[in-house]
Design a protein around this ligand. Structure first.
Ligand code: NAP
Length: 282
């Protein structure tokens, strides 16, 4: 195993923070690439350096001397893909040997979930650099399911009776940590990370309601109703498309299939939505 630090992005966020804490627990040195060092987690054997994905010179400087790096996908923005490409090119130029990229389940150029297309393009760009890679294609986060519930206790969206194999961020973090600590054995591989079950949004509503003590229901909208009910937020069209296609991807069955990739990478089964919510204060 390399004694050089592992580079970690996104450590000020939920998923990257979980991964950085796990790496720290192993005593492995890490370099945290952050946009604001004052918000970097305070972890042993870590140093924080400033590097936004869109700042190629900063990323290249930050990744000098790094063999293995984790790239958490950036926050949604109209130019996210350009920022990703800049980050990837800078990583290759800095001499990074292995890039572990947090991608999205079923990333294809024609995926119904519009943001999954960015992930496909990012994967293709990484392949084109010649760096070794591992792609972790995460399904929708189980952690995110309570956020689908409106103030009125209703999940609204055009997901029909479709199913989604939601995955807990803790399981993704375990999987990513396993790959980062032993990247060579996973070079060139793509994993699709899901939870243990595939749920309709009727079931998600029932589980979220039961585990949080609220009355929660699901109202399947039409696509036209979905755009209409979100129009008042004043979001740009690419963002509305992303929000609505979260649900139409579920309706289309594109995020439904359960895999055993979490268990293959971590040695333990993934936790269910109910287990996740039960373990959390609300
Ligand atoms: N599968 C799903 O259901 C799902 C749901 C939501 C999001 N996502 C994707 O998964 C990623 C990780 O999720 P999360 O819950 O950990 O999100 P999060 O808590 O918002 O964290 C995102 C992290 O990425 C960093 N970041 C974002 N854009 C960046 C950029 N341009 N340059 C450098 N750093 C940047 C953020 O830094 P700052 O602290 O400086 O902002 C933060 O550390 C998200 O960024 C998004 O792409 C997936």
């Amino acid at each position: 195993m390399s004694t050089r630090p592992i580079a970690i992005t996104g450590s000020t966020g939920k998923l990257g923070g979980r991964i950085a804490r796990r790496i720290a627990e192993t005593g492995t040195p890490q370099r945290l690439l952050v946009r604001d060092p004052s918000r970097a987690p305070d972890l042993p054997a870590s140093d924080a350096v400033t590097a936004s994905y869109g700042d190629g010179a900063a990323v290249r400087a930050a990744l000098e001397g790094i063999d293995t790096a984790l790239m958490v996908s950036g926050s949604e923005s109209p130019d996210r893909l350009d920022q990703h490409r800049t980050f990837v090119d800078a990583a290759a130029a800095a001499g990074v040997r292995h890039l572990v990229y947090i991608s999205f389940y079923g990333a294809t150029p024609t995926a119904t979930f519009t943001l999954a297309r960015d992930h496909y393009e990012t994967e293709q760009h990484i392949r084109g650099t010649g760096m070794a890679f591992t792609f972790l294609r995460d399904c929708f986060y189980a952690d995110f399911m309570p956020d689908l519930v409106g103030d009125d206790g209703v999940i609204r969206g055009p997901a029909g009776n479709g199913r989604v194999a939601v995955v807990a961020q803790d399981d993704i973090a375990d999987a990513a940590t396993a790959v980062l600590l032993n990247p060579t054995s996973r070079a060139g591989q793509t994993f699709s990370l899901t939870g243990p079950e595939s749920l309709t949004l009727y079931q998600v509503a029932e589980i979220v309601g039961h585990e949080t003590g609220r009355t929660v229901s699901y109202h399947p909208e039409t696509v036209a109703e979905a755009y209409e009910s979100r129009a008042s937020f004043g979001a740009p069209s690419w963002q509305l498309d992303a929000w609505v296609s979260t649900y139409t991807a579920i309706a289309a069955g594109e995020v439904a299939d359960v895999t055993d990739d979490v268990a293959r990478l971590t040695g333990h089964p993934p936790i269910s939505l109910a287990q996740l919510l039960r373990s959390r204060p609300h």
